[in-house]
Design a protein around this ligand. Structure first.
Ligand SMILES: CC(C)(COP(=O)(O)OP(=O)(O)OC[C@H]1O[C@@H](n2cnc3c(N)ncnc32)[C@H](O)[C@@H]1OP(=O)(O)O)[C@@H](O)C(=O)NCCC(=O)NCCS
Length: 176
């Protein structure tokens, strides 16, 4: 379910749900962004983050993708996957020429809004421990590091972060 009241963060930037017609541009954006990290990531991981247009259409069909559009071009994207009452923030990327302008912040803000609208208990994500720009962005929203998986993605260590939206009610698990 796509959020229906995504606000613009400034008049020239639009943030909205992706549809299948956006697949080509999103695929090109992922290609550009993850090519920057060729020397940091295992090849198979990079490939899995660089979907073809057809694969991108499938991702859009399966989950909600939010995009930021500037002058008809997609400059930022993030996926939201709802599962087990939790929302996975996934595949976030902002075009290199448009970073540090608040695009990533706007995307994370909307993912949290989307999770709340869909009654999620939390937003969570995984990232490589050295992705410091991304991690500081998540921490600004209150995400806490909650796990560490060694040699998880084709040998790469992965850190888990979560933002709990509905804190534990001590009566929650009384019946167990
Ligand atoms: C991580 C990423 C998505 C952040 O996107 P972004 O659009 O640059 O994010 P923002 O502009 O909202 O915030 C980034 C920083 O810029 C700062 N910033 C925001 N607006 C700003 C402005 N107008 N002027 C100066 N700085 C600004 C923010 O305070 C933030 O600082 P911080 O590092 O202290 O948190 C982007 O760097 C990226 O795509 N990286 C490569 C892929 C990646 O890491 N994806 C996430 C995988 S888990």
């Amino acid at each position: 379910m796509c959020p229906n009241h995504l606000n613009s963060i400034n008049p020239s930037l639009e943030i909205r749900c992706a549809d299948e017609e956006d697949a080509e541009q999103i695929s090109a954006l992922y290609k550009r962004v993850w090519d920057e990290f060729k020397s940091d990531f295992p090849e198979k991981l990079l490939q899995s983050r660089q979907p073809s247009k057809m694969e991108m259409i499938q991702w859009i069909q399966q989950d909600t993708y939010l995009v930021v559009v500037f002058r008809n071009s997609i400059i930022g994207v993030v996926g939201c996957k709802l599962e087990h009452g939790a929302c996975l923030l996934t595949h976030m990327a902002v075009d290199k020429n448009h970073r540090r302008m608040g695009v990533g912040t706007a995307l994370v803000e909307k993912v949290i809004e989307y999770a709340k609208e869909n009654d999620s208990f939390k937003v969570w994500l995984d990232t490589a421990p050295f992705m410091s720009d991304a991690i500081s962005l998540y921490e600004r929203f209150g995400f806490k590091k909650s796990g560490y998986l060694q040699r998880h993605f084709w040998g790469l260590d992965v850190a888990l972060y979560e933002l709990v939206l509905k804190p534990q009610d001590h009566g929650d698990n009384d019946s167990m």
